[in-house]
Design a protein around this ligand. Structure first.
Ligand code: P53
Length: 483
């Protein structure tokens, strides 16, 4: 058997894409609540267009999402039926601290997550908790400008302290920030930063100041987690998917190297423990004047993460001269199309299972820490047939090929891997597009893009398939399965 007996198998969701119940039990508003469906979403995500309050012209899909707030018991039961021994989910910060800067936490919010963890425990499912999945209280966005302000570190730490204390013994695996590197490309979604009114230089300064503040917060959270309970295991989380050079022209190779460094900067600090010199040089050369406290470097070096987690959907391509090459439609960043990859999702994400293996080797060789694949999957349009059944063989194929590649990395390339949680194990709202139509789940949810539907859950064909994968610890990846 390739994978160890204690390998963690499961699925992943995020609060704002699944819970709904945006105004229940004193929950406050967060940046992610304000991302509308439709053409403005992308520029709002990127912090170019301002959306700090709801307006009547937009539909906001996160407000009710798939209403996991009321369905979590049934949903976790279905996860258990598939054999999950881990469930990755995130905390909505504003359920615990509705404004973000209160002294006392909101008990109703704490209770909600406690119930989720107890439900998981009932089935022997280990929770893997993302503390912030693109989630910043709107009050702090408006009041102090979100992560550009160092005071965010303290507010985030207050949240962490409450979580680590209250859930001691119930939760052991934590991720500090989801896809921390996304804040470079999507500052509002990633870190609550509206930067639309800034010059290019000022925008860059704000982004890297926010990055520094998040890195400090992540290290402090790691330190705190370890001091509250030595069993706690803390991971960083990066949007991975290597850049390939378009050709062996050294100019393309160099371009790919720079692009990879840009993403690895975050995990270089969180897992490696120090700022890359090129980054500090860049701050100086460009006069960015990033504010750091005296003890920051020491803190960062002494509080590295225990494991490196990442999302993987596709690889990207770097080229020195973009003129004349075809682009893919990605969601947040458009990328050069890889002519060697023949298949792509309906959203233009190029499918590359070997790229997962390559990314794993890359990350492992860089940090020598155990990896955890916490997101991977295929967003597709699922059409129920007249009996309501969903034959999602395309998803089965995607997952089988990626899980095979993942196993190969463990078996032949010497990579240490803790677990695998597929993204959106139950259909949820797409982060990039806000659509419901872009589905990842083994479990279908009856809801459409406009929020209409019964919210009824049903099993897709892939449900049975993943169940068998887990039951055989990844040994049986045959595509055929009864449904
Ligand atoms: P959706 C951009 C590019 C790759 C992954 O994405 C990304 C993003 C951010 O939009 O996000 C992660 O839903 C993220 C999840 C998200 C998932 O990938 O656009 O951690 O919240 O849902 C898939 O198809």
């Amino acid at each position: 058997m390739t994978l160890s007996n204690d390998f963690l198998w499961g699925g992943a969701t995020a609060a704002n894409q699944a819970e709904g119940g945006y105004n229940l039990d004193n929950r406050g508003l967060a940046n992610v609540d304000l991302l509308p469906l439709g053409k403005d979403r992308k520029s709002i995500i990127k912090g170019e267009k301002k959306m700090l309050d709801f307006d009547d012209n937009h539909f906001y899909p996160a407000l009710n999402a798939i209403d996991m707030y009321h369905h979590y018991k049934d949903d976790i039961k279905m996860f258990a039926e598939m054999g999950f021994n881990v469930y990755r989910m995130s905390i909505a910060w504003t359920r615990i601290f509705p404004k973000g800067d209160e002294k006392e936490p909101n008990e109703a919010g704490l209770k909600f997550y406690e119930n989720i963890f107890l439900e998981c425990k009932k089935y022997g499912i280990e929770p893997l908790v993302t503390i912030s999945h693109f989630d910043t209280p709107m009050h702090l966005v408006k009041d102090i400008g979100s992560w550009r302000n160092r005071r965010m570190v303290n507010y985030y730490l207050n949240l962490c302290k409450v979580l680590f204390t209250r859930y001691k013994g119930l939760v052991k695996y934590w991720l500090t920030f989801n896809e921390i590197n996304m804040l470079i490309y999507a500052p509002f979604e990633g870190a609550g930063l509206y930067v639309g009114d800034l010059t290019e230089k000022e925008k860059k300064r704000v982004i890297y100041q926010a990055a520094h503040n998040e890195l400090v917060a992540s290290a402090k959270a790691t330190q705190l987690a370890h001091s509250i309970d030595s069993n706690n295991q803390i991971g960083c989380m990066v949007a991975a998917g290597k850049y390939y050079p378009y050709s062996c022209d050294p100019k393309d190779v160099y371009e790919a190297m720079l692009s990879n460094r840009k993403d690895y900067f975050f995990s270089d600090v969180q897992a490696g423990g120090s700022y890359p010199k090129y980054m500090l040089d860049m701050f100086k050369r460009e006069g960015l004047n990033i504010q750091m406290d005296d003890g920051d470097f020491k803190l960062l070096s002494e509080n590295t993460v225990d494991f490196v987690s990442f999302s993987y959907y596709m690889t990207r391509v770097a080229i020195s001269n973009k003129s004349g090459v075809q682009m893919t439609t990605g969601n947040v960043f458009d990328s050069v199309k890889n002519p060697y990859l023949k298949e792509q999702s309906e959203w233009g994400w190029q499918i590359d299972p070997l790229g997962l293996r390559i990314t794993m080797i890359d990350l492992y060789d860089r940090y020598h820490k155990p990896l955890f694949i916490v997101e991977n999957g295929l967003g597709a349009v699922d059409k129920p047939d007249k009996d309501g059944k969903i034959y999602d063989d395309y998803r089965i194929k995607y997952l089988a090929n990626h899980i095979k590649a993942m196993k190969d990395a463990v078996e032949y390339d010497g990579v240490e891997l803790l677990g695998y949680t597929s993204w959106g194990c139950i259909d949820l709202i797409s982060a990039g597009s806000g659509e419901m139509k872009k589905r990842y789940g083994f479990i279908y949810v009856d809801r459409d893009n406009q929020g209409k539907g019964t919210l009824k859950r049903s099993k897709k064909k892939s449900f049975n398939w993943y169940k068998r994968v887990i039951a055989t610890n990844g040994e049986n990846l045959d595509l055929d399965i009864e449904y």
